[in-house]
Unconditional design. Structure first.
Length: 319
């Protein structure tokens, strides 16, 4: 029994030594799988081993040129001190998403170019590499931009394209962007924009926000967004120059600032978002309350319409 344990220990030590000693994969495509196995050693968790084995089958099924691309990327990752786990296993799972789930139409060549550009940058860090890999994988697997134990930002459908110019971005057109927290969630409909995986920001050029979570149909009230920016690490955002449509109260549009975020909702009355504050104070609402007219700025907090002063000009109730 002691002899068996000694042999197993020696094998594990040899594996770890080999894993640590590999500094470059050869360009012999037939040797890559065995070299990768030695490099990986015992770093993977038990749940990750099947993915590793599937990747080796995927690698064998690819063309010679694609195998050389994988070897080149692997060597660049080695030069940046990437480890079998989490970096290589994430890269391998991304390759499987592209090639076994038929997702190359999302822009595999553009993704490869952008990832390679990052790996070649002098200032590339392991943290930045892992962040790009994480976002790419979660997007390909679950349409998720960013997720923590508290919030999740995602897109409703896999309608996106990887794009590389000077760096890798992910472009979206006419999708629903949503953030989830506890029992609450917010949405931006008809959203068009792009994500910078290294900044973890969404840069929007169009979108529509509704008050449906307060019980108001989008046909009765909505806000159209122009340019806006979302820090995906946060549970909300603000958008300037939003156009509010509320035909029950006024004709045309009200221009103002919109804020939306996910919060803990105890009951319907505690819904305080979306919020909108108008830039102008010249709005007039007759019979705001039966027999009372309102003149001033517009402010909406969730389901509540409230008076607002703008630029120091107070709101007025006329009886």
């Amino acid at each position: 029994m002691k002899k068996i344990l000694t042999v197993i220990t020696l094998l594990l030590l040899v594996t770890l030594v080999n894993a640590q000693s590999i500094r470059e994969f050869t360009r012999d495509t037939g040797q890559y799988v065995s070299e990768l196995t030695l490099f990986t050693g015992t770093y993977l968790e038990t749940s990750e081993i099947p993915d590793f084995q599937r990747f080796m089958h995927v690698y064998d099924s690819l063309s010679y040129e694609q195998q050389l691309e994988i070897i080149e990327v692997s060597n660049l990752m080695l030069s940046r001190r990437c480890r079998p786990r989490p970096h290589f296993i994430k890269y391998q799972r991304i390759m499987m998403e592209f090639f076994t789930e038929h997702k190359t139409s999302h822009g595999y060549d553009e993704w490869l170019e952008g990832f390679t550009l990052l790996l070649r940058r002098e200032d590339a860090t392991v943290v930045a590499i892992d962040q790009l890999l994480s976002l790419s994988l979660s997007l390909l697997e679950d349409n998720i931009f960013y997720s923590t134990n508290s919030i999740t930002w995602r897109v409703s459908t896999p309608s996106f394209q990887f794009h590389t110019d000077e760096k890798l971005t992910v472009r979206f057109e006419d999708v629903v962007v949503a953030c989830y927290f506890d029992t609450d969630f917010i949405q931006i409909k008809n959203a068009t924009g792009y994500i910078d995986p290294l900044e973890l920001h969404w840069y929007g050029s169009r979108g529509m926000v509704t008050w449906e979570r307060t019980g108001m149909p989008d046909s009765e009230m909505n806000a159209v967004l122009g340019k806006y920016n979302i820090n995906l690490k946060t549970p909300g955002y603000t958008a300037d120059s939003a156009k509010l449509y509320y035909p029950a109260l006024f004709e045309g549009i009200a221009l103002g600032k919109l804020e939306d975020k996910v919060t803990i909702i105890k009951d319907f009355s505690t819904i305080a978002y979306p919020r909108f504050i108008s830039y102008q104070s010249s709005y007039r609402i007759d019979d705001f309350i039966p027999g009372i007219n309102y003149r001033g700025g517009l402010a909406i907090e969730g389901a509540n319409l409230i008076g607002s002063e703008v630029g120091g000009e107070l709101a007025v109730l006329e009886i």
